[in-house]
Design a protein around this ligand. Structure first.
Ligand code: ADP
Ligand SMILES: Cc1ncc(COP(=O)(O)OP(=O)(O)O)c(N)n1
Length: 263
């Protein structure tokens, strides 16, 4: 059994954030643990409130987990403030966990800021260099490089520029692009386009959280980065296919995949 940790924000509606991460860990038969960074009041229609956990409490949660339990993979999602970024950085340097996957969450699909603007620089400078993989979506990649991305070639150029900020690898996600769901994976040597059919359907709340959690699971099991991304994309695609029409807005993808359990 692999033990997986998510460091992320809570989504009261259960579609994204810590709840999506723990559902992914569970569906993929790993033991899930959580460090909560912020609590959001959120549903399928939007985010109506955000309250941060104190940096001291974030550090206490990380100390509690890393001091006691072997952690085979750590996924980082919503970090909310510069002070929380610094707390996480301090603990990552202290505990040196393996397989750290950073989803640089900035804005929800419903267009609510989940990272304070003044925290962006801290996230880039302090957490990117500690990540085995960083997984920006297109709007996040645009903020990271400071220019717009319109084509697959520009996604590839963005991956190269983000790589220079220090992570061991970059996955620029193409969920916000048109046509097939193409993600660009760059590890400093090879540039790969990893493609899945675009699944029709509106219930895509939590795709980014789920993808990064599933990648962390597969890395913890010893898969190569490319293999981990391919398996995680397959998991997300099936989740969208089975998406749940709950609530009045964008419903969540579904996490029950018996046919994936042999992974
Ligand atoms: N309709 C879709 N069909 C298949 N894959 C999708 C679809 N929408 C997003 N994806 C995939 O889901 C993952 C998350 O992507 P994205 O939606 O860009 O992230 P985020 O939720 O952070 O905005 C990526 O691998 C992307 O290619
Ligand atoms: C608490 C919390 N964390 C992260 C997100 C963003 O999740 P994501 O998977 O990118 O899904 P969408 O917001 O794009 O649906 C979130 N909404 N809440």
């Amino acid at each position: 059994m692999k033990n997986l940790l998510t460091i992320a924000g809570s989504d009261s509606s259960g579609g994204a954030g810590v709840q999506a991460d723990l559902k992914t860990f569970g569906a993929l038969q790993t033991y899930g643990m959580s460090v909560i960074t912020a609590v959001t009041a959120q549903n399928t229609q939007g985010v109506t409130g955000v309250e941060n956990i104190s940096p001291e409490m974030v550090k206490a949660q990380m100390d509690a987990v890393y001091a006691d339990i072997q952690v085979h993979g750590t996924k980082i999602g919503m970090v909310s403030s510069a002070a929380i970024v610094e707390a996480i950085e301090e603990m990552l340097i202290k505990w040196r966990p393996v397989n750290v996957v950073l989803d640089p969450v900035m804005v929800s699909k419903s267009n609510h800021r989940l990272l304070q603007p003044q925290a962006e620089k801290a996230l880039f400078e302090k957490l990117l260099p500690l990540a085995a993989l960083v997984t920006p979506n297109l709007p996040e990649a645009e903020v990271m490089i400071g220019s717009s991305i319109q084509t697959l070639e520009e996604m590839e150029a963005a991956a190269q520029r983000i790589f220079r900020l220090g992570p061991k690898a970059v996955l620029v996600k193409g969920g916000h692009y048109t046509g097939e769901a193409v993600d660009i994976l760059y590890d400093g040597n090879e540039m790969r386009r990893i493609t899945c059919d675009r699944i029709p359907g509106k219930n895509t709340h939590g795709t980014g959280c789920t993808l990064s959690s599933a990648i962390t699971v597969y890395l913890s099991r010893g898969d190569s980065l490319e293999q981990a991304v391919r398996k995680a994309k397959a998991y997300v695609s099936e989740g969208i296919r089975q998406g749940l029409s709950i609530g009045g807005g964008v419903g969540p993808l579904h996490h029950y995949h018996p046919f994936y359990l042999p992974f």
